[in-house]
Design a binder for this molecule. Structure first.
Ligand SMILES: [Zn+2]
Ligand SMILES: [Zn+2]
Length: 174
């Protein structure tokens, strides 16, 4: 897991995400330092970054990792959508999540709400990287989230079914 944002990461944010995904996925998760940024993913016309290129960049730079999660603050897109909170290669190795559209704005609740949303979206994208698809179970973190309202409504964890699928995927990954 690594921070690839333009600005400094908010204090405590990376560790909140790291601790959550490590607990939920039951795997050791290292928070690494990344000196470079995936500049080639930038789209000057849109003022955003294309996730497909970020994922390729992450993969090539972390060849030894089972999975790699990039956290950023730049606005992300895939060509067919205006924006995405994050993306992962389904059953692949790389995932990326951005804080750009997750912040509730200023106010004392801000950092806590942002961390909560980012934790969920990070686990959601890593779930995709383990081959999990969207889930309709109430409260499941693999539920579709087109907006922050949906993120806030869902829980931070896998439902029972997704948990079983994840355990299965991890067994085969070994
Ligand atoms: Zn998804
Ligand atoms: Zn589920």
């Amino acid at each position: 897991m690594c921070w690839i944002g333009e600005r400094e990461a908010q204090a405590g944010l990376i560790d909140a995400v790291r601790a959550h995904v490590a607990t939920e996925l039951r795997v050791p998760v290292a928070a690494g330092f990344e000196p470079d940024r995936p500049e080639e993913a930038g789209d000057a016309r849109r003022g955003q970054y294309e996730t497909g290129r970020i994922l390729k960049w992450l993969e090539s730079r972390h060849a030894g990792a089972a999975k790699v999660l990039g956290l950023t603050d730049v606005d992300l897109f895939i060509p067919i959508l205006t924006f995405v909170f994050g993306e992962a290669q389904l059953g692949g190795r790389a995932a990326v999540v951005s804080t750009a559209r997750l912040s509730p704005g200023n106010g004392s609740r801000g950092p806590r709400v942002l961390a909560e949303r980012l934790r969920k979206e990070a686990l959601h994208e890593l779930g995709h990287a383990y081959g999990l698809v969207h889930c309709g179970s109430r409260g499941c973190v693999m539920g579709r989230s087109p907006g922050v309202a949906e993120i806030d409504l869902k829980g931070p964890s896998f439902c029972t079914d997704c948990r079983l699928l994840y355990d299965e995927a991890r067994r085969h990954a070994r």
